[in-house]
Design a protein around this ligand. Structure first.
Ligand SMILES: Cc1cc2nc3c(=O)[nH]c(=O)nc-3n(C[C@H](O)[C@H](O)[C@H](O)COP(=O)(O)OP(=O)(O)OC[C@H]3O[C@@H](n4cnc5c(N)ncnc54)[C@H](O)[C@@H]3O)c2cc1C
Length: 700
């Protein structure tokens, strides 16, 4: 017989039982398991409900951990690392995310082969957990706050910020990832389409919002969102007036492809529309005191559990920081410079060159879809028909609009040059090598100052006769001469009996003659985030994401399957302004305006660079070269292999582009200590001018 338990033993057994029970209950409470999946973590740590995210260094860039705390404690932990090598760090992140879904835990083992990524994730998770407990994270910058955060300082973002400030918003900030403002907007050459404007009336042009609507729908193959197109055309005339009211110049009206009448509005000096617009918007932002944080990339937008916007995470030279805000205006532009995204949505365009600035990488689309935003027409990508294949310089449609024609290597025309971009692009792709020649004469050159830029770039062949032009370009001479004669004859009677071109401005008979190689390139991404006419971002099911607005090329639906030349500038001003107005109203309805606390660092125009190493002999150096607006001059002295007084001046460079690029280049050299010019994207002509001027100085 076994021993009967004594009272003491009984007590021990009961105690042991209670301890085991307590442990089991603790485990069950802390790590509840449902159907083999641990749903949430609730232990003694006090977490505050909300979503907390933190980043740390991974292998390719920053990796991030996000912790969601709900009523039940920690409800979700997830990891991201967009810059990690897909097969290694990326795969590890996927594995850990799967692991968390199956077995939610605040700790995890490193994934073998991806230890750097794993270590970054561990640090990021630690920080996110500290934040979830309301604790300060060492080394992490204090969150800032703003009423409205505009992401992207292109035409749409800047118009939105100005409109909001004009309507009374007091705490607006713009984040711009590039060193200069302007994005693709500064590249816009042609102009802004608008109907029923005072300038059309002045010139006796009969146009209507209805005709503009019909042209836009036809151009977009009726894929466009009719409500957005109505909004576009009905606000187009006031967009022209608004740009002019803040110091812009859109007073000349011209003809462009796809428009039934003259509708494109341009600066009176025939200069490109983009630089004028960006300069005007920059000046207005300055006047209104709206801070633009340059080289500050938005990386994530946060929303609470009800989907309302709560903040933006951004990255600058000093690391990652958060701006708490209830309102975000997404104005990050398109994804024409993201070849992977282009190939994903339009595989037929894989390997195409692009006209876009390097920052057009679709960040906004990624950030918006993370919040559940719907996308529309995302596979609709437009090619621009006439781009130089060697330099990716786009010849504006104005060149054709003002009279230029296209010929193939056989010396023959092959399309109505003023047809829509998709038609002209397809026609060029069908020629030998998928290339063509853009041919014009001195009359066309004199009508458009943009042409000087192409000539200065050295991408235009010039000849005193048609025969000489044929020899220099290698096109079939006899055919080319015949083509030019036939064209002049058709122009004289005002009828293109070959291809039905409506507007033939000049006979192309004024020497010298010019030709530039041209082929299609990725130009505009028509698809993007779904919005309504108030620019509220919509989910796939049509519901609104509160506090989230979007405008410009990041949005889909305005242009359908094909954007008409001149309609994007209308789009960014019209919908940018609406976004600013909507954002301001949202702020007023949700707590009202607060005082601005964020300030932008201002550029020191007189910055002199020092501590730059060189192998040049001691002495004073001076050199100059052609920039964008005029000559750029460089001066410096070398003492014992060091430059301490590098000055670069380009008084005719645009302040907001070339001027900022000059400062950026000087600062870059001082930072690296190397006498090498880092090309500033968006200011390549100024950058090249500086390089040439330095090289000229070194030659002396
Ligand atoms: C060469 C060229 C010529 C053109 N000519 C014309 C024309 O004549 N007429 C016309 O109607 N349209 C034209 N277009 C199209 C038109 O310029 C663009 O569609 C339009 O300007 C886009 O404006 P946006 O403000 O939406 O984007 P953008 O002007 O591209 O601005 C977006 C900004 O957001 C920034 N950004 C992106 N991601 C982030 C991030 N994560 N954080 C912070 N900032 C970010 C970018 O750096 C950029 O500065 C042209 C386009 C090109 C490329």
């Amino acid at each position: 017989m076994g021993k009967q338990p004594t009272n003491k033993n009984k007590g021990n057994i009961v105690g042991l039982f209670l301890m085991v029970l307590a442990a089991v209950i603790t485990i069950i409470i802390a790590f509840p398991v449902t159907d083999g999946v641990r749903k949430y973590i609730k232990d003694n740590t006090k977490y505050i409900a909300g979503t907390y995210s933190a980043a740390d260094k991974g292998f390719g860039g920053n990796v991030r951990a996000t912790v969601v705390v709900g009523d039940n404690g920690i409800e979700n932990i997830s990891f991201e690392g967009k810059s990690e090598t897909p097969d290694i760090g990326g795969a590890a992140i996927e594995k850990l995310n799967d692991k968390m879904k199956a077995n939610l835990d605040t700790e995890f083992d490193s994934v073998s082969g991806a230890t750097i990524t794993s270590s970054g994730l561990k640090h990021a998770l630690k920080k996110a957990l500290l934040k979830a407990q309301g604790k300060e994270v060492k080394g992490e910058r204090k969150p800032q706050s703003a009423d409205i955060v505009v992401i992207g300082a292109g035409g749409a973002g800047m118009s939105a910020a100005i409109e909001a400030a004009q309507k009374g918003a007091t705490n607006v900030v713009i984040l711009e990832k590039m060193p200069i403002t302007g994005g693709n907007s500064v590249r816009a050459t042609g102009g802004l389409n608008a109907s029923e404007t005072q300038y059309q009336k002045r010139d006796g042009i009969e146009d209507s919002n209805e005709l503009f609507y019909q042209d836009t729908m036809k151009g977009g193959k009726n894929l466009n969102d009719p409500e957005l197109v109505r909004t576009l055309v009905e606000n187009s005339a006031s967009a022209v007036d608004w740009v002019n009211s803040i110091g812009g110049d859109l007073s000349v009206v011209g003809q462009f492809g796809g428009a039934s009448v003259k509708r494109i509005h341009r600066p009176s000096d025939t200069s490109a529309v983009g630089p004028m617009l960006v300069k005007t918007l920059n000046a207005k932002l300055d006047e209104l005191g709206v801070p633009v944080l340059l080289e500050t990339k938005a990386t994530k937008i946060f929303a609470d559990k009800d989907g309302k916007i709560t903040g933006v995470e951004a990255e600058d030279d000093n690391g990652v920081f958060v701006i708490n805000t209830k309102v975000v205006v997404l104005a990050t532009g398109g994804f024409g410079a993201n070849p992977q995204m282009v190939a994903k949505y339009a595989p037929q365009l894989e390997g195409f060159i692009t006209t876009n600035h390097v920052g057009a990488t679709g960040d906004g689309i990624e950030m918006a879809t993370e919040l559940g935003a719907g996308l529309t027409d995302i596979e609709q990508i437009q090619t621009h028909p006439t781009v130089n294949p060697d330099t990716a310089t786009m010849y504006t449609e104005g060149v054709r609009g003002n009279g230029a024609i296209l010929v193939n290597d056989d010396g023959k025309r092959f399309v109505n040059e003023l047809d829509t971009r998709d038609v002209v692009s397809a026609a060029i792709m069908a020629q030998q090598n998928g290339e063509s020649w853009l041919v014009f004469d001195t009359a066309v050159r004199e009508s458009l100052s943009a042409i000087e830029k192409y000539i200065n770039e050295g991408i235009i062949v010039e000849a005193n006769s048609i025969e000489e032009l044929a020899q220099k370009t290698g096109v079939n001479e006899a055919n080319f001469v015949a083509t030019m004669q036939e064209y002049a004859a058709m122009q004289a009677v005002g009828k293109d009996s070959e291809f039905g071109r409506k507007s033939m401005e000049v006979p192309l008979t004024k020497p010298p003659y010019f030709a530039g190689k041209a082929k299609p390139a990725v130009h505009h991404t028509m698809g993007g985030v779904k919005i309504n006419k108030e620019t509220q971002v919509l989910k796939e099911d049509g519901s609104v994401i509160p506090g989230f607005f979007a405008a410009g090329e990041v949005v889909g639906g305005v242009h359908g399957a094909n954007r008409l030349g001149g309609n994007a500038v209308t789009d960014i001003v019209v919908f940018g302004r609406i976004a600013g107005d909507s954002a301001n109203k949202y702020v007023l309805d949700n707590g009202g305006n607060t005082e601005r606390t964020i300030t932008a660092q201002t550029e020191d125009a007189n910055f002199v660079a020092k501590d730059i190493k060189t192998k040049l002999k001691d002495g004073s150096y001076k050199g100059s070269a052609k920039g964008f607006g005029g000559d750029i001059e460089v001066t410096f002295t070398v003492k014992k292999g060091i430059v301490n007084d590098l000055e670069i001046s380009g008084p005719k460079e645009t302040t907001e582009i070339g001027g900022k690029a000059i400062n950026k280049i000087k600062k870059g050299m001082q930072k690296s200590g190397k006498f090498e010019v880092d090309n500033v994207s968006g200011a390549s002509v100024t950058s090249k001018g500086i390089t040439d001027a330095i090289n000229n100085a070194k030659l002396q």
